[in-house]
Design a protein. Structure first.
Length: 209
């Protein structure tokens, strides 16, 4: 439990220091909900790897496809323009293309051997990319903090950090209902929500027996 709390704390602090408040809200919210669900399910009753591992790998695979669209359409810089934060393409790649796969691989190994902390990370992934991806459908409706009426992409300093390729996806300015990653946002949501329902049912069934 201490390791899980430490993970959430470090992720939130680093996210706030390097990017800004929005990632803290998303990561922190997903972490807290994931912690509660993990405590009530996997920590007390580890789920059979045959049940949880395939669902975790499906969620991660769908997430990687989703992040390809986010990379190609400038998700990080677009978030910078939307919320006036410093999320560069470099930091996006560092987190999701390099650190992420290492975390997913170690989590999969941990789930196979029923390591408790691996269950927490799995729940974190199921809640975050698995459920929170619905926010992509809200972002086009939000007015950007940086030059909202300018439809062209911007490259400029944001709070002392140079951010390039900041697209404007505001519906009112562009006339198009889209935000970076929106087309594939549902992909990780399907196995993520499926995994949540399956794990809850598996734990309830185990308790009854």
């Amino acid at each position: 439990m201490a390791a899980a709390v430490l993970f959430i704390t470090i992720a939130c602090i680093q996210g706030y220091r390097t990017i800004g408040l929005p990632p803290v809200i998303i990561v922190g919210g997903s972490g807290i909900i994931g912690f509660i669900m993990w405590y009530r399910t996997y920590l007390k009753h580890p789920v059979d790897p045959k049940i949880i591992l395939p669902l975790f790998l499906l969620t991660v695979a769908a997430l990687e496809i989703h992040m390809c669209e986010e990379y190609l359409t400038g998700f990080g810089p677009s978030m910078s323009r939307l919320f006036n934060i410093t999320w560069t393409e470099k930091s996006f790649l560092l987190i999701f293309a390099f650190i992420g796969p290492v975390l997913y691989t170690m989590t999969a190994l941990g789930l196979y051997y029923r390591v408790p902390i691996a269950g927490f990370v799995a729940w974190f992934i199921f809640i975050g990319p698995g459920v929170a991806e619905f926010t992509h459908f809200i972002f086009p409706l939000l007015k950007p903090d940086i030059l909202p009426d300018v439809t062209q992409s911007l490259s400029q300093e944001v709070k002392g950090v140079f951010v390039s390729g900041m697209h404007n996806y505001w519906l009112r300015a562009t006339g198009h209902y889209y935000f970076s990653g929106m087309y594939t946002a549902v992909l990780p949501m399907v196995p993520g929500i499926w995994a949540i329902c399956t794990m809850i049912k598996a734990v309830k069934k185990g308790i009854k027996h």
